[in-house]
Design a binder for this molecule. Structure first.
Ligand code: PLP
Length: 432
């Protein structure tokens, strides 16, 4: 995918000069490429064509209504983790019957709402949750479709904050205990055991942990299928993307750089997993978030000040950790490019936001072109876990968002009006 690139000295999203968008809508501004969203969906869809499958986009990675609608139009389903996300999917025109409901803390109200809307499956994380879903379903005189999440205890080899498939973390039910849980669940009258689910972590750049996990659970899946007539196996999400173009493979990512073939591609993923999955005769669900949305979005920001100290060159920009928290939260790397390409020497620079936290930075000592006040920059690969983690810290309004499709563009979220930040607050009566 090459939907973000320079043409001449101008940085484009598809057929649109990004600087023109920044001038029209202001900064900080998220810009999404529809072609990239569609392209990534289709690549995975085609790679997995050897098995009956459904791609359930992980809404938590990017929940903008236009992003969801783009993927619904591709025939995708959705992986949701709250009733709020289910309501977003419905508002975007998505089908609840193509939704799986994940998460360790579903409330009774959320379960009831999802049951009434008819989600495809609840992906269950504990026995207490099975009991609760059974009880709520009984109250509604319904049968709830469920899949139980197995924790295969495989190390995904990724960052500690995004690994989920080992016994060190809160997700799923231990591999050794899961059959007992299915046996007890099968006695609950208002549950239908529809599938088995796993998800071992996020930003995996190697196919091996996926393969290990699938190999490990195969005999289990066969036994469960025989006993309970399961319909599906969900192998979760977690496919990693290229953040640093120095690691890009060219074909599978948008960035044109020397090949480093090690990065995970849908092709290698499918080639290694389909031979294992096909004999099961089950519908295969996938829950990719980052793989679809990550490289489909950028965050555009303006340089407010250049501040030189004895040791450092700081570019103080108008975006901050409240707009994109990944560098502060996960030590994440985002490629940073000026919207007008500049030749000449590079200066080791720290790009930092205006928030009063030392953690409010996007990069440190990064060689960047010499930039000045008013210059515009883009933080790339910001489409996943970017805008969705936005906050109002420092009473900063949530950023605006724009969707690009060829030469068309549309604002898909207005910049939050400042007064909306405290709209739900009140001064207590006795203070007046
Ligand atoms: C977060 C999550 C996903 C999506 O993860 P990505 O790394 O964005 O693909 C899928 N399934 C579950 C259960 C998750 O928690």
């Amino acid at each position: 995918m090459h939907s973000f690139r320079y043409s001449g000295k101008k940085f484009f999203c598809e057929g649109v000069d990004v600087q023109a968008l920044a001038e029209k809508f202001g900064t900080p501004l998220y810009v999404y490429s529809q072609a990239t969203l569609e392209g990534h969906f289709q690549k995975l869809d085609q790679a997995m064509s050897g098995v009956e499958h459904l791609i359930c986009f992980a809404v938590k990675s990017n929940s903008n209504l236009s992003v969801l609608r783009t993927l619904a139009n591709q025939g995708g389903g959705f992986d949701i983790v709250s009733s709020g996300e289910l309501q977003r999917v419905i508002a975007a025109g998505g089908d609840p019957r193509r939704c799986v409901f994940a998460g360790v803390g579903k409330s009774e109200e959320e379960i009831e709402f999802a049951l009434r809307r008819g989600v495809y499956s609840f992906n269950v994380e504990s026995e207490a949750e099975l009991q609760r879903i059974n009880r709520v379903a009984a109250g509604l005189k319904k049968v709830a479709p469920v899949a139980i999440r197995v924790n295969p205890n495989v190390d995904a080899g990724t960052h500690a904050k995004i690994t989920t498939g080992t016994y060190e973390n809160k997700f799923g039910i231990a591999f050794e205990e899961i059959e007992g849980v299915y046996a007890r669940a099968s006695k609950l009258k208002h549950l239908q055991l529809r599938g088995l689910q796993m998800h071992i972590g996020s930003q995996l750049t190697d196919v091996k942990p996926f393969e290990l996990a699938v190999r490990k659970i195969l005999p289990l899946v066969e036994r469960l299928k025989a006993k309970y007539a399961l319909e599906f196996l969900s192998i979760g999400g977690g496919l990693g993307i290229v953040y640093d173009p120095a690691l890009a493979s060219g074909e599978e990512v948008w960035w044109e750089t020397p090949a480093a073939k090690k990065i995970l591609t849908p092709k290698t993923y499918a080639e290694r997993l389909i031979p294992l999955l096909q004999p099961l005769g089950l519908r295969i669900l996938m829950e990719p978030g980052r793989f679809i949305s990550g490289n489909a979005g950028i965050l555009v920001t303006k340089v407010e000040y250049v501040k030189r100290t004895g040791k450092k060159n700081f570019l103080i920009v108008d975006a901050a950790m409240n707009d994109l928290i990944r560098p502060a939260f996960y030590d994440a790397y985002h490629e940073i490019v000026p919207l007008r390409q500049k030749a000449g020497v590079k200066v080791a620079s720290d790009v930092v936001g205006p928030i009063c936290e030392s953690g409010d930075y996007f990069c440190k000592d990064r060689p960047l072109p010499k930039l000045g006040e008013g210059d515009l920059l883009a933080l790339l690969s910001a489409g996943a876990y970017g805008s969705v983690m936005g906050s109002n810290y420092n009473a900063r309004p949530l950023a605006a968002e724009v969707l690009v499709n060829g030469k068309q563009f549309a604002p898909v979220r207005e910049r939050q009006p400042v007064k909306e930040i405290w709209a739900g607050e009140k001064v207590a009566a006795w203070l007046k």
